[in-house]
Design a protein around this ligand. Structure first.
Ligand code: ADP
Ligand code: MG
Length: 625
């Protein structure tokens, strides 16, 4: 007897539901996408007990007539695509016609919908996939979809649900993702009857972001310089150097409005941030990619979270360019004379985000605005014993520094106009007026600046200086090297030997003259000139280690940048090195001649400030607030 059987429809839906709706947040994703596809301007999401007991979505979109409402619950019933060609270029969020039947098969489901011009609407009830009732509905135009008792009929799946709090956190995160991409739509979220999010419609993306992440973080974002490369347009906001998170929750990226994750994008971000991001940290981004829907496939992931790009490298390159340009530009521009917070308000007041001038934009500082940029970072924390201390952009940022122009630095397309708008440059590389007070723990240089106490991490600062010196040398023909009196021979593992052989040229450019000297043995003749080390072999070991940790997935550019960062780090003054005042002054001057003075090549801050007003608050001389 034949063993293969076609599954009954209800069972097939439950199987599909396992993939499409794995948890309440997935319902929110599917239903909000439907509402957006239906042109809704207001979307309400109500959840009870994490969304497990109930999820209800109310929208004011087009609604459906009775025939469509009935059809929408059939599997593979969709109004969004018709032909195979449509599938190759999807313009809507939905296209599979799976969500509604899937949800209806694993919950107590109710759909009430009415078209704007219809006298009466339709209400349909389905229980675990079984049609219970169809009746007239007298509600407002738009659609209400309610799913109660999720997985009541699929206990195996219910077991995979987490606590109500966890599930609700996912629901909220999901809604945030949609809300960011659709500022023109008003969103409301309630949990157990309590209002959690209320986001009025706005034309300003930054205002929407502020509504979601708060003033403090929003004011520190950089507006990316919109670019189009290989037909890929990138826009949005990103965190400046040193602003990062230990997980990817704040790394939001969108493709034609759809929140997605993609390795190409992550690599692009890594590359774009390169030394402005600490190892193991993730950037804060609200990035929007627009491209021809024919150039990627969304139909690869049940939750449509991932996409397959036909040309992932172009995407990576576009992202990386856009981010590095934005960071470079932000670090180079004079920061004007307004504090970051009021600048952010100016940004918000602009109804056309595109019309924000470079002058306003540049007020958003690369490192930090009012409070605690270092809350984003782990080491080093400012004054751990006094967590309430907040740090502000160093007053040094008020100085106009002339950009150190690197041959490789791409110039933003819109620069001439913006520069015409910018204030006249001050003397090049003028270091800010700091009075050095002393050195704390042989590491933190305490200084008095115009706006308060400024602290410099001497090691991080020197690393940045060395890093840029190395990189410039590299770009202009190689790092000067010192010849060793006695060549060093390195005995390596076969794997490291391979690695070294592949990178001989890159190492040479770094001032390390190294050549094979036998099986797995290498001879080193020179080292970078400014490296101070008593033990070249140990130093080389570290470089090899660094190389091997990077070799996978890194582009060669990144590889040499990281190698430079390592070299710079090893060659830098350490926390215990005692520097004289003139040496410290020299370091400060060199730091401010850097392209990106506010963070070391690993993305840690070089400078933090406690403003005078912050000190006054601490000492009770001024009311908080
Ligand atoms: P898909 O979105 O992939 O088409 P769904 O199962 O999510 O599949 O929805 C099926 C159809 O029901 C949609 O194509 C759309 O025509 C209709 N629909 C679903 N939700 C709404 C809504 N909120 N407003 C109007 N029409 C809707
Ligand atoms: Mg859908």
């Amino acid at each position: 007897m034949a063993k293969i059987r076609i599954l009954p429809d209800a069972l097939a839906s439950q199987v599909a539901a396992g993939e499409v709706v794995e948890r309440p947040a997935a319902l929110v994703r599917e239903l909000v996408e439907n509402s957006l596809d239906a042109g809704a301007r207001h979307i309400e999401v109500h959840a009870q007990r994490g969304g497990i007991a109930m999820i209800r979505i109310v929208d004011d979109g087009t609604g459906m007539d009775r025939e469509d409402a009935m059809l929408s619950l059939e599997r593979h019933a969709t109004s969004k695509i018709r032909t195979k060609e449509d599938l190759g270029a999807i313009h809507t969020f939905g296209f599979r016609g799976e969500a509604l039947p899937s949800i209806a098969s694993v919950s107590r489901f109710r759909l009430a919908t009415r078209e704007k011009t219809a006298l009466v609407g339709t209400e349909i009830e389905v229980n675990g996939g079984k049609l219970m009732a169809v009746r007239d509905h007298g509600g407002a135009p738009g659609t209400v979809i309610e799913a109660r008792s999720l997985f009541f009929n699929v206990p195996a799946r219910r077991k995979f649900l987490r606590t109500e709090n966890t599930e609700f956190a996912h629901v909220e995160q999901q809604l945030r993702l949609h809300a960011i991409a659709n500022p023109q739509v008003a969103f409301t979220l309630t949990h157990n009857g309590e209002l959690v999010l209320h986001l009025p419609a706005t034309r300003d993306m930054l205002e929407r972001i502020r509504g979601l992440v708060g003033d403090e973080l929003a004011s520190r974002l950089l507006k990316v310089e919109e670019i189009t490369l290989h037909g890929i347009t990138v826009s949005g906001y990103v965190g400046g150097p040193g602003m990062s998170r230990s997980n990817r929750q704040m790394q939001t990226t969108y493709l034609n409005g759809r929140p997605i994750e993609s390795a190409s994008i992550s690599y692009g971000l890594r590359e774009g941030y390169h030394t402005a991001l600490m190892k193991g940290q993730h950037p804060v981004t609200f990035l929007f990619i627009q491209m021809d829907p024919q150039a990627f496939d969304v139909n690869v992931h049940p939750a449509k979270k991932e996409v397959r790009f036909h040309d992932g490298n172009s995407v990576r390159e576009a992202i990386s360019r856009c981010v590095s340009r934005t960071l470079e530009h932000a670090a180079k521009l004079p920061t004007g004379h307004a504090p970051a917070r009021s600048a952010a308000l100016q940004l918000a007041a602009t109804s056309e985000p595109a019309a924000v001038s470079a002058r306003q934009e540049q007020f958003v500082l690369p490192v930090a605005a009012s409070s605690a940029p270092l809350r984003d970072l782990d080491p080093p924390r400012p004054l751990p014993s006094a967590p309430a201390v907040s740090v502000s952009p160093p007053p040094v940022a008020l100085e106009k520094r002339e950009a150190v122009s690197l041959p490789a630095a791409p110039r933003p397309a819109a620069v001439p106009e913006q520069e015409a708008d910018a204030p006249a440059p001050a003397a090049p590389n003028t270091p800010p007026e700091f009075r050095i007070i002393g050195v704390l723990q042989k590491l933190y240089v305490l200084m008095e600046g115009k706006e308060g106490l400024v602290m410099m991490d001497q090691h991080a600062a020197h690393e940045r200086v060395n890093f840029e010196k190395f990189r410039r040398a590299l770009e202009t023909g190689g790092v000067p090297c010192q010849r060793l009196l006695l060549p060093v021979t390195l005995q390596t593992t076969p794997r490291d030997a391979d690695l070294l052989r592949q990178n001989l040229a890159a190492l040479n450019r770094l001032g390390i003259e190294i050549e094979p000297f036998g099986p797995n043995i290498f001879k080193v003749e020179t080292l970078p000139a400014f490296l101070k080390t008593d033990d070249p072999a140990a130093w080389l070991d570290q470089v090899i280690e660094e190389l091997s940790s990077l070799s996978t997935k890194s582009s060669s550019l990144r590889l040499s940048e990281d190698a430079i960062a390592t070299t710079a780090c090893r060659a830098s003054v350490k926390s215990n090195d005692v520097l004289s005042i003139p040496e410290l002054q020299g370091l400060l001057k060199d730091l401010f001649a850097c392209e990106m003075p506010y963070c070391c090549p690993h993305g840690r801050p070089t400078l933090v400030q406690i403003s005078t007003s912050e000190l006054e608050r601490k000492f009770g001389r001024r009311a908080p607030g």
